[in-house]
Design a protein around this ligand. Structure first.
Ligand SMILES: [Mg+2]
Length: 306
């Protein structure tokens, strides 16, 4: 029987679905929590999944927290996670530079404390974090001091982003051998009450525009975070599901990695968004299944045999 996409999970279907899954990959914001509050029922679901022997991992584009900081937040909200279950872009960027790029040199970092800590933990020397006030004029900016050991520019979320940092990134990236990595390209960070602030994607686009180059992106929808989970923990793709609230990151990544996808409607994307992608034939952004909230899966779990 060919599975039709964008099917609501409930009842018997939900029970069969849960039985067919060994590993659940969760996005966090909009899925397990909103701001600083857990989605009702989400901690119970995650704990119940683990009790039934399912493995759970957390995949997030947010670069402002280390694995340890994420585990702490998950624990505080009732999820009880280990740092080794968290795959965020701060950690995965460090892994990429160390294991894939095998960087022999320093990073010029546009990013915050968490990225700096994860680079440090991976043994990658870096500079640039913190405020960098603008001084001088045009001719000084083009001749700004450059550390000859810098072999990569990394752009993540940086609340101190300014013209001086943009200029330094350009000066390094004029060398075509200098790597150019972005943690993620999310355009906005959603806040309570429908408000939002500019996300890392805005900073990445500014640097790309100045450098006339495209960054290599670590975060979803690219598959590198998923590849990290596979490499470190192993998983069976046919028994794995990606659960997310965004069609253009979480669901697209799951589709392109060949795993099943589940959209939850507690966050960014709506069912109407999914249906309109389905109508226009953009199947990779249409989830296999959807639920109003991840808590909707709880009854299916309690009906499982122990
Ligand atoms: Mg999300």
């Amino acid at each position: 029987m060919a599975a039709s996409k964008c099917t609501r999970l409930g009842g018997e279907l939900s029970r069969r679905f849960v039985a067919s899954v060994d590993t659940v990959l969760f996005d966090c914001d909009g899925v397990l929590w909103r701001g600083d509050e857990a989605v009702p029922g989400a901690p119970e679901l995650v704990n119940e999944l683990k009790l039934r022997g399912k493995r759970v991992f957390y995949l997030t584009n947010n670069s402002t927290k280390t694995r340890a900081m994420y585990a702490e937040k998950l624990g505080r909200l009732g999820f009880g996670a280990e740092p080794s279950e968290v795959f965020g872009t701060a950690y995965c960027t460090a892994v990429y530079l160390r294991d894939m790029a095998r960087l022999a040199g320093k990073v010029y970092l546009i990013g915050g404390q968490a990225l700096s800590q994860e680079l440090g933990a991976a043994g990658i020397p870096h500079l640039g974090q913190g405020p960098d006030p603008l001084t001088g004029g045009f001719s000084d900016w083009a001749r700004v001091d450059r550390d000859p050991q810098v072999k990569a520019v990394v752009v993540g979320f940086d609340e101190h982003f300014n013209y001086m940092k943009l200029n330094r990134a350009l000066q390094y990236l004029q060398d075509p051998s200098c790597l150019f990595i972005a943690t993620n390209t999310d355009t906005r960070l959603p806040l309570e009450g429908g408000r939002a602030v500019p996300g890392t994607g805005c900073l990445v686009r500014a640097v790309e525009t100045a450098a006339h180059r495209k960054a290599q992106v670590i975060g979803k929808p690219n598959s590198f975070i998923y590849d990290c989970v596979v490499k470190e923990c192993g998983l069976e793709p046919s028994r794995t599901v990606m659960v997310g609230d965004r069609l253009d990151t979480d669901i697209l990544m799951g589709s392109s990695c060949g795993i099943r996808t589940l959209l939850t409607l507690t966050g960014f994307s709506s069912l109407e968004d999914a249906k309109s992608y389905q109508k226009s034939g953009s199947d990779s952004m249409v989830p296999d299944y959807y639920v109003d909230s991840v808590a909707d899966l709880l009854p299916a779990l309690s009906e499982q045999d122990q």
